[in-house]
Design a protein around this ligand. Structure first.
Ligand code: KG4
Ligand code: ZN
Length: 336
């Protein structure tokens, strides 16, 4: 079974060809970072127009490198939501038109399902069931995953997502968009013990998160202190350590709560090296294994959508009637 995957939910145009038997055949990605950089964040209308410019050339590129033609595909998977409405519509329109023309199914994939299945792209994939930590720019969630399509939310953020907190804090420190990787780089030269920042909800008796207070604490320090270069690095390191401490504490609690012994980490913040080091050592200490996607599949990409589409196709779920271009800018994964 061969599936073409299309991702256009935000500021990355991603396309991939995934074969259920042979794995990932080809993928191509175009990042809009330099387009949005001058504005300090994603400009939705610019994002949609740029997806229009890049999607068809990327599809041709993937077909060429996979050595396949459109007629070889069994389905077209695309990100149906959540995300920016206009950006989602570009991918949905192309995917559903192609599927209609080829007489094959179009499979609308939940973006977070793509992320949480992305560790299955690895050469030693995790086995079901597992707990998934989804840490992206828009979400910070803990889920139990029994199988493809069987997801239960067990913890969620009450305000900012972890990636959003990274991005906003990076802005306070004068770093360029996207803030997460820039802040992590600055933190490499800093002392994480210099600023005693709060660890919001770390001791709460649930699996929920809150990150907006942490960002506010950083804002107050920035406002009241004249920060030299070393102090900025120390503040970045202290912030990163606070986020990592909270994520670790909640993951350990989630593993105990679920009784499972595999943790899967997905989403852009999953690329953070300090988080990976701390999770690995928590896993060793508490007896659970941790799986990550390769760094390039942590952030948005077409491979995770093609993979999710292929798995849905093999299970016979997720097909749609060709009845319109309904995208879901807001969409709860447990109802996908
Ligand atoms: O999953 P993703 O590409 O897009 C969403 O679905 O949101 O995640 C993007 C988020 C951004 O907030 C970005 O700053 C963050 O992931 N991010 C990082 C790192 N790389 C990306 N945050 C911390 N450390 C990183 N190395
Ligand atoms: Zn994402």
């Amino acid at each position: 079974m061969l599936v073409l995957g299309i991702e256009t939910s935000c500021d990355e145009t991603g396309v991939a060809a995934y074969d259920l038997r042979y794995g990932l055949l080809a993928q191509a990605l175009y990042s809009q970072v330099s387009l949005h950089n001058p504005y300090g964040g994603v400009v939705p209308e610019l994002a949609s127009r740029d997806h229009v410019r890049h999607l068809l050339p990327l599809i041709s590129q993937v077909l060429d490198s996979a050595g396949r033609s459109l007629g070889d595909f069994d389905a077209i998977a695309y990100t149906r939501g959540p995300g920016l409405a206009g950006a989602l519509l570009v991918g949905a329109s192309v995917a559903r038109s192609l599927a209609y023309g080829l007489g094959i199914p179009a499979i609308g994939i939940h973006h977070l399902e793509g992320h949480l299945l992305s560790p299955l792209l690895a050469s030693t994939p995790p086995a079901f069931p597992f707990v998934a930590l989804l840490v992206s720019g828009g979400h910070t969630q803990l889920m139990t995953v029994q199988d493809v399509g069987h997801y239960q939310l067990i913890g969620d953020t009450q305000d900012d997502a972890a990636g959003e907190a990274f991005d906003k804090t990076a802005k306070l420190l004068g770093l360029p968009y996207p803030g997460g990787p820039a802040l992590a780089k600055l933190a490499d030269d800093g002392n994480p013990a210099r600023f005693p920042l709060p660890r919001p909800m770390i001791g709460s008796d649930n699996l929920d998160f809150s990150f907006s207070g942490l960002k506010t604490a950083v804002a107050l320090i920035c406002r009241n202190t004249d920060l030299d270069i070393q102090s900025r690095a120390d503040l970045a390191a202290s912030f990163q350590q606070a986020v990592v401490d909270v994520l670790i504490a909640k993951c350990v609690k989630a593993m105990k709560f679920s009784g499972m012994n595999t943790l899967v980490v997905a989403g852009g913040v999953g690329a953070n090296v300090s988080l990976r080091v701390a999770l690995d050592s928590a896993g060793t200490q508490h007896g659970f294994g941790v799986h990550y996607p390769a760094i390039e599949y942590c952030t948005d990409n077409g491979a995770m959508i093609a993979l999710a589409g292929a798995l849905r196709l093999s299970k016979g779920t997720g097909f749609e009637q060709h009845d319109g271009f309904g995208v879901m800018p807001r969409w709860d994964l447990s109802s996908a």
